[in-house]
Write a protein that binds this ligand. Structure first.
Ligand SMILES: N=CN[C@@H](CCC(=O)O)C(=O)O
Ligand SMILES: [Zn+2]
Length: 412
């Protein structure tokens, strides 16, 4: 595939640039009036139209006049395998009930777990595939998906098998995260160690044996998993080679960041709550700070302090957190808009955070997340736009026109 007359080829970071920290996020390299050649699913070459090589002039080409070409969004935090939506909680939220109050009233994660336990693997696969297709059409070209609505050995494995089927069915990279430590099932409400033993002694060995997960996660939060419980689970996961990606500081500063960094987490996700100590801990780590602004938008909780994180030199990524409870949306374009509008990130920072740093938060940045020779050709072509900033500026209206996966147009 050859694309010519591109108004701007976006995200041309050098191939060996695997993550962007702090001020590095300010720079989004763009080549104006460009062409790009894709071969065998990979980026073969690119350049300016004024130096267009005559040797490829005979190839059929797509003219992208007035349009930009972006590397696909890399969505490094989702929960898209679920049995049912939870809009019954929507009215409760509108009445002013908090996330914690809804969970205490029988809503929340346990509500999703009840429904998921009754659903078949086929049903879960079909609905998750529909969601994923929609996300891809909105520009996403790599994704992480968590378990965590099973909460029994069989149902957690059922979720992870669904993710394995999604990996086989879709041509984008998918990473699977084991999140049995999402909530304590009702029968373990007063027996936390009982559930943790189930995770460590029963679930983990079976998941490792079937190679069902790439990462391990825990919802480290007041009322969910304590710092000590999280530490125990992460250490058990490490024995099976599962690196942590942690739900941290969503509702309170909980010590989650410290326990995540101590366990060499790939990423800490959420951070709607933070303080100078949080930042100090992260400054000395390689852990990526994944922010989820559509969760703040939907729950009405604070937006993460992206500006301070960037100022402190941290590697910030953006992701959707698509799930039925706190973020019923998998739209990365909206995430990038919210990053700018609500977290005061500059468009360049938000786009870098949603591409290369999102890829890094899935350990995929050697192959995805930027445009470089030899990298995978998961890209999208925009509608005609006056500038790059127009994409986040025109929130709620998709600027993604054509999606290319592995060098081929994706029609859904
Ligand atoms: N916070 C924990 N997990 C999800 C919400 C899960 C749910 O409410 O179903 C999140 O990332 O926001
Ligand atoms: Zn989440």
């Amino acid at each position: 595939m050859l694309i010519t007359n591109i108004k701007g080829l976006v995200g041309l970071h050098p191939k060996d640039k695997l993550v962007l920290r702090g001020a590095e996020l300010n720079h989004l390299p763009v080549l104006e009036n460009a062409w790009i050649l894709i071969e065998d699913g990979l980026i073969k070459d690119f350049g300016e139209m004024k130096h267009f090589p005559s040797s490829i002039a005979h190839l059929p080409s797509y003219s992208a006049e007035g349009r930009y070409v972006f590397p696909s969004w890399c969505d490094s935090h989702t929960h898209i395998v679920f049995a049912a939506s939870r809009e019954e909680e929507f009215a409760m939220k509108i009445q002013g009930k908090t996330y914690e109050e809804i969970a205490a009233a029988g809503g929340g994660i346990l509500n999703s777990a009840n429904k998921l336990q009754k659903a078949t693997e086929d049903e879960l696969f079909e609905s998750a595939a529909t969601r994923l297709k929609q996300m891809i059409l909105q520009g996403t070209g790599a994704v992480e998906i968590k378990s965590g609505y099973g909460l029994t050995t069989e149902s957690e494995i059922k979720m992870l098998r669904v993710i394995r089927r999604l990996k086989a069915h879709f041509s984008i990279p998918i990473k699977a995260t084991f999140l049995a430590a999402h909530a304590f099932p009702a029968e373990f409400k007063d027996d936390h160690q009982g559930y943790i033993s189930l995770i460590i002694e029963e679930m983990l060995p079976r998941i490792a044996e079937e190679k069902l997960a790439d990462y391990i996660d825990a919802f480290c939060e007041k009322g969910f998993f304590s710092v000590e419980e999280t530490d125990q689970i992460l250490k058990a996961g490490a024995k099976y080679g599962l690196k942590p990606k942690i739900h941290a500081n969503q509702l309170s500063v909980s010590g989650a960041i410290e326990v995540a960094v101590k366990n060499k987490a790939i990423s800490v996700d959420h951070l709607e709550e933070s303080n100078p100590e949080t930042i100090e801990t992260l400054r000395n780590a390689d852990t990526i700070v994944t922010l989820l602004p559509s969760c703040s938008f939907y729950l009405g909780i604070p937006f993460a302090d992206a500006k301070s994180f960037i100022k402190a030199g941290l590697p910030v990524a953006l992701a959707t957190d698509y799930n039925p409870g706190s973020t019923p949306s998998g739209n990365m374009n909206f995430v990038v808009s919210l990053g700018c509008i609500k977290m005061k990130m500059f468009p360049e920072q938000a786009i870098n955070a949603a591409t290369l740093n999102g890829a890094a938060a899935m350990e995929l940045s050697n192959s995805h997340g930027s445009i470089a020779i030899g990298k995978n050709a998961n890209l999208f072509i925009t509608k005609p736009m006056p500038s790059i900033a127009y994409l986040p500026y025109s929130f709620g209206e998709s600027q993604v026109d054509t999606v290319i996966l592995n060098g081929e147009i994706y029609h859904g």
